[in-house]
Design a protein around this ligand. Structure first.
Ligand code: SOE
Length: 376
């Protein structure tokens, strides 16, 4: 087995989700490569060391440039705010490192394009962490759609609803709250949540051609954690858009951090001529399926428990009927990345794939501003 030495940049929620995946993957998947937790990198030595000790990284760095100089690092995982993705990715590509970058790929399309060019010029394997593709029920949905069973597709709709930013005294910026700071995040729910919906939608239903959108910022000013000053809020708190897909179907998307009662309600539904599918993150092991070709006395929505040995990824886990969770989607993504290294077929979404999602996000924000339809 070949070692793949990982340098993790960042130590927040995503740093933990990805590290858990590196640690678990070889216990359950038979692979040529084995991730080794070589170094954890963060600006301050204290948190970096605490993270390294908790999760088993062998060493720490406090400067990502130093991490990139190290010969004992094969791949870097970028788990820092979006405004740092571009600089670190380009430098990592120039240093010949493989890159696994947290979503969204970048602050905007122009940055993402530069990042794609850098990894392609350097020829380094690259991937963006759109993890929901690899929840087995979502992968299964993709397989059913690809088999043609739904027939011609008419509609695709998705929501990602949260409620954690309703309080007006919540600051913007700093650890944990950088997602509210436009300079660090680039956008609000569009880049953070709708980007997931768009990635899945493109993967399941193909490219999006044009969009018309609206956004709202409900809380206009917040104290900035770094400066202590009250500053205008530059992110979108909520966003909804309509779109056309290249295959002729219509799309309807909504995301907000102001849907009281919803913590992370990601749902999608797709309606075709011969059938429909729907999925809900809060019941992630179930896929709802309607098949119009069923005999009429028994025709109706089926709730398929995606837990059998022949469902995607499930054969690698427990016995049929037992459930997986959110964290397994990351394990599956690492497994596919490592498989791609071994067989030369890169696992998606690559930087180039993720750029398509970024282009849709940019078109959505532009349309919300101009109040007009925008081509992607
Ligand atoms: C935001 O709360 C967030 O953590 C996103 O940043 C993640 O990408 C999403 O999967 C869950 O919600």
């Amino acid at each position: 087995m070949k070692d793949l030495n990982i340098g993790m940049i960042g130590y927040g929620f995503m740093g933990r989700a990805h590290t858990n995946a590196y640690k678990r993957v070889n216990d359950f998947f038979d692979l040529e490569y084995r991730p080794v937790l070589k170094a954890a990198c963060a600006r301050n030595a204290g948190p970096a060391q605490e993270f390294a000790d908790n999760w088993g990284y062998e060493s720490i760095e406090t400067d990502w440039r130093q991490l990139l100089q190290r010969d004992d690092i094969d791949a870097v995982d970028i788990c820092v705010p979006n405004n740092l993705h571009k600089e670190i990715s380009i430098a990592a590509a120039e240093a010949g490192k493989m890159i696994l970058c947290e979503k969204p790929i970048s602050m905007n399309t122009a940055e993402g394009e530069e990042m794609c060019e850098a990894v392609e010029r350097a020829g380094v394997p690259n991937m963006v962490w759109y993890n929901y593709r690899r929840i087995p029920a979502v992968t299964h949905a993709r397989n059913i759609i690809a088999s043609g069973k739904l027939g011609r597709i008419f509609h695709y709709r998705a929501n990602f609803l949260q409620d954690w930013t309703i309080a007006e005294d919540l600051p913007q910026g700093g650890n944990g709250l950088w997602r509210l700071d436009v300079d660090a995040a680039g956008s609000g729910v569009t880049g953070d949540l709708l980007a997931h919906c768009i990635d899945t939608a493109i993967w399941l239903n193909g490219a999006i051609s044009n969009v018309t959108a609206m956004t709202e910022t409900f809380v206009k000013e917040r104290v900035h954690s770094d400066t202590g000053n009250v500053q205008p809020v530059g992110i979108d708190d909520a966003c909804a858009f309509l779109c056309h897909f290249d295959n002729g179907s219509l799309g309807l998307f909504e995301s907000t951090r102001y849907a009281r009662g919803h913590k992370a309600l990601y749902t999608f539904e797709i309606n075709g001529e011969n059938g429909s599918l729907k999925w809900d993150l809060h019941d992630l092991n179930r896929l709802e399926y309607f098949d119009y070709e069923d005999d009429s006395p028994v025709r109706g929505w089926r709730s398929i428990h995606i837990s059998d040995g022949d469902h995607p990824y499930l054969g690698n886990w427990w016995v049929p009927g037992l459930c997986l969770g959110y964290e397994h989607s990351f394990v599956h993504q690492v497994a596919d990345f490592l498989l791609g290294l071994a067989n030369g077929k890169p696992a998606g979404p690559t930087f180039r794939d993720a750029l398509e999602t970024q282009k849709v996000c940019d078109a959505v924000l532009e349309s919300a501003k101009s109040k007009a339809w925008v081509d992607v």
